[in-house]
Design a protein around this ligand. Structure first.
Ligand code: NAD
Ligand code: WQD
Length: 335
């Protein structure tokens, strides 16, 4: 299919584009490079030995995005573009509402105008807020606790209403849990700007000597070893989930929210140990205060993804650690 990928130069986007090219889809990436660089796609093209059309622009720029629709006539959109830092979203909420919500509105308006009726959207487990029960299934109440999470919730509702108003449309809202890892080649991976917000890129930068030690945010949670427990999902499995969602959307109608996780969880200390085993390096750490807004445990009920998409995570924490290390050691300063 002809797939327009917004934000396709970013971390999850680049791995997904690689997967789509390998499956012989035709891809146009639309990205403003606010949190990425064209180099990721240059490497994706090399790895896939296939071409990707690339247009630089902001999703809120209707003229530029509309020109890409007119030129490429996409049959489906995979929508990654947006801002994603929880902490930053509390400081700059209007930026988040503008880029994420207004950007998605512009995208849907152009999809309608150009007769494109299918979308796969990057949502997040953050839409659930504090878990009332675990594992979390898709019917859990949605009560996000920060502006970023609220943008994802609002976009989900907007897409649901759009889908209901467009006969024959199909929307898949993928709620990712904690994406980590890199392509096995070590050529593409996560390349955060500044100090990483997330655990795994931080550990990787400690391992490679860019940072002295890891701060573990609390060891007094009600978990196996007192540190936070999360459902980490390998980015290669996540990329396969997008392929499965596209295949599903091509022959289905309606709007479905689907968790993308493994159904298993790991603590911070277990992730540190996995990384030490993969890298052969000691990860020095200090236990510090809890981070505001963190919860003790998050784990997905991943049953709907298997039932509807025929998708299931395959890769382990050892794979996540090994591929992250391979990416980091080969690209110590990122792209
Ligand atoms: P990323 O920042 O690496 O990728 C986002 C891409 O979108 C970047 O290439 C950026 O340049 C581009 N972009 C941002 N704003 C844009 C705009 N206004 N117009 C055009 N391009 C724009 O992030 P990622 O980790 O690959 O995440 C991709 C998507 O998945 C995001 O929507 C994010 O909210 C969602 N998500 C990520 C995680 C995670 O932990 N990484 C978890 C759940 C959901
Ligand atoms: C994981 C665990 C931390 C960093 C976030 C977003 C969520 C989604 C995924 C986008 C927690 C601990 C972390 C560090 C630590 N993103 N930690 N030291 O918070 O589960 O989820 O990313 O949609 O919306 O909130 O992921 O990687 O930040 O933290 O001890 O330096 O690691 O306390 O227990 P989180 P994370």
């Amino acid at each position: 299919m002809r797939v327009l990928v917004t934000g396709g130069a970013g971390y999850i986007g680049s791995h997904t584009v690689l997967q789509l090219l390998r499956e012989r889809h035709e891809v146009l990436v639309y990205d403003n490079f606010s949190n990425s660089a064209p180099e990721s796609l240059r490497r994706v093209k090399q790895l896939a030995n296939a071409d990707v059309a690339l247009r630089e622009g902001d999703i809120r720029d209707g003229a530029a995005l509309g020109a890409s629709f007119a030129e490429f006539q996409p049959e489906i959109v995979v929508h990654f573009a947006g801002l994603k830092a929880v902490g930053e979203s509390t400081e700059k909420p209007l930026d988040y509402y503008s880029q994420n919500v207004s950007g998605s509105l512009e995208l849907l308006r152009l999809m309608t105008q150009h007769g494109c009726k299918r979308i796969v959207f990057s949502s997040s487990a953050t839409v659930y807020g504090d878990a009332h029960y675990l594992p979390i299934d898709e019917s859990h109440v949605l009560q996000p606790t920060n502006p970023y999470g609220r943008t994802k919730h609002f976009i989900e509702e907007i897409i649901r209403d759009w889908s209901a108003s467009v006969p024959g449309s199909c929307a898949v809202l993928l709620r990712y849990f904690n994406p980590v890892g890199a392509d096995a080649s070590g050529r593409i991976g996560e390349d955060p700007m500044g100090i990483p917000n997330n655990l795994f890129p931080y550990i990787a930068q400690v391992a490679v000597g860019r940072r002295p030690h890891l701060n573990i945010f609390g060891a007094d949670y009600d978990t196996r070893d007192g540190t936070g427990e999360r459902d980490y999902i390998h980015v290669e499995d996540l990329a396969r989930a997008h392929f499965a969602a596209i295949t599903y959307a091509a022959k289905s109608h309606g709007c479905e929210a689907i968790n993308i996780g493994t159904g298993k969880s790991a603590t911070v200390l277990e992730m540190v140990k996995a990384f030490e085993a993969a890298s052969g390096r000691k990860i020095p750490y200090q236990i510090v205060d809890r981070r505001a807004g963190d919860v003790a445990r998050m784990v997905a009920d991943a049953g709907k993804a298997e039932a509807l998409l025929g998708w299931k995570a395959r890769l382990t924490i050892a794979d996540m650690a090994a591929t992250t290390w391979n990416w980091q050691i080969n690209n110590p300063d990122g792209y």
